[in-house]
Design a protein around this ligand. Sequence first.
Ligand code: GRF
Length: 188
Amino acid sequence: MGNVKAAVFASGTGSNFQALLESESLAADIVLLVCDRPGAMVIEKAKAYGIPVFVADRKMFADKAAFELDILRQLQLHKVEWIFLAGYMRLIGNTLLNAFPSRIVNIHPSLLPAFPGKDAIAQALQAGVKVTGVTVHYIDAGMDTGPIIAQEAVSVETGDSLSELTERIHQVEHRLYPKTINHLLVQH
Ligand code: GRF
């Protein structure tokens, strides 16, 4: 049996997307990048790796359902079975949630439920916590609220800058995301 086919949704620099692509034994084939931000760096990364890119511009659609239906068509075209979010900055709506029940996974740079939403690493620094980390979780209709699959702690060192802490969190993300995806996929 071949690997499951997966799409990555990302809107940013794409370091997690790249980590998944470079992971030696990922139990999924990444067959599509979905990006909602024309011009995002992750698009160039996908092209460099020969991964098809679908750029979905929310402004072109009257509502979220129409926007997601357009994405869904592409996912079906590529026979996508799982969706991995990696820096996709938009809530997933019912159209995609219903089409992929318990098959949409996200990575978030904090120990949820602490610091959901944007700028989670800056929020942790601001709060003065000594430990933050990384969470991999299923997506539901809320903001970073779905069932938690895996977490790993990262210490905040005295005097850490945002970029230093971000770098250490990214290192954990790049290891934890492929490992967690592989664990999940053997269970299915
Ligand atoms: C990561 O920190 C991820 O946890 C969050 O968005 C960031 C994406 O970074 N959801 P990158 O584009 O993968 O470098």
